[in-house]
Design a protein around this ligand. Sequence first.
Ligand code: NBP
Length: 475
Amino acid sequence: DLAQIGVSGLAVMGRNLARNLARNGFSVALHNRTSARTKSLVAEHGDEGTFVPTETLEEFVAALERPRRVVVMVKAGAPTDAVIDELVPLLDEGDIVIDCGNAHFADTRRREAALRERGLHFVGAGVSGGEEGALLGPSIMPGGSAESYRTLGPMFEKIAAQVDGTPCCVHVGPDGAGHFVKMVHNGIEYADMQLIAEAYDLLRDGLGATPAELARIFAEWNSGDLESFLIEITAEVLGHTDAASGSAFVDVVLDQAEQKGTGRWTVQTALDLGVPVTGIAEATFARALSAHPEQREAARAALPGPSAAVPVEDRDAFVDDVRKALYASKVVAYAQGYDQMAAASAEYGWDIDLGAMATIWRGGCIIRARFLDRIKDAYATERPASLLVAPYFRDAVAEGQEAWRRVVAHAARAGIPTPGFSSALAYYDALRAERLPAALIQGMRDYFGAHTYKRVDREGAFHTLWGGDRSEVDG
Ligand code: NBP
């Protein structure tokens, strides 16, 4: 019997995705460059479903029913191209190649166009949830043609996480739309983590709370609006004690954050699209800053902090302020990420259903959270100009803004770095400002570069003769 789907690339992710497919009743052809992985999968989990192990790509392709569905789950970049190049000559018109790796959406657009030329479907599918998600139900964000989704969609929807009976998988849009949305998801994940880290820092440094106390505070926050996977694991990490030293685990971990690159891609792409994703950018830069120990050491020795300690008068009130500031800053980060998806959707003609993106992030993925239901609602009727002005979020942020200001002011006075909280508040205030100092920037640009400016009181472009009599001429 021919297999319904194939998975090539059986490291942690591919292996678990293949097992998930088999556990859900699909017969799965298996392939890996080195066949040891294929063999161990069958040896260890062969009883979970129907696996068809193969050694060569030719054998693998021949083992699949048509149109063939071939999942490629190898290292992103050159390895993905290598596998596709080997695979394509073996396929027939109408076959579907699905890249479930973390590809850059521009690569996905290129690959999709190339395979379309040859009569093949190429689906770039974002898969979130790590190892465990892949096995137990990830959030899946497939791009590619609507036609490919008709045959692939039901399988992916079955293996995806389910929330309230709804699968965390939907056809995102053509070509690179799926990988784009996955990229923004990861960017938002960076912002979310940075904001949580700042809340921790404020309570630890600003209040002197112990990791054990903090674990309890985060656990409590997880029963309210902030309820999310990341807050839940924050409580777990803070509550963990290092066995070797007996210290709080968080105190024995080197404070230099690493990154694999999706945050950076999100920011780079946002710059190209002209969308301010300050939350994601600050989070990405904060990781970069942490990873420069020499510079930090020199600065620690040379640069003074506040001359006196800034006491917190009411501890409980401060904790609650930090919670509100965290929530408001998080709303800003999501609002910005949604703006980025909207901008890309318009730029590339993807027609992304933004509300549906919140729906498929409710389960399976790292940013899964209670408040995604609210985002889904915000897009249910018409698209708000910003998530910040959708009624629920407008009210939530308005309710928290005084607390937010107190926290950012306290952080500045106490010398606690809060790039996420502070920039989110600055974004909020800039967006709501009656007048922005952009007018002065336009004036300077006209002065040194004759770049012209528009006026508030009449149409047209104008230039002032700065070096002459300063009269105004048409630009
Ligand atoms: P890796 O990213 O570590 O890749 C290992 C796989 O790629 C192995 O199957 C390996 O074959 C294969 N491979 C390589 Br490397 N070069 C190859 C080549 N030139 N030709 C053929 N195969 C090649 O695996 P992973 O951690 O399972 O991740 C797979 C994808 O999923 C990546 O794109 C990753 O970014 C993405 N992703 C990972 C996670 C996660 O939590 N790990 C989450 C979400 C997405 P070999 O066995 O013969 O060496």
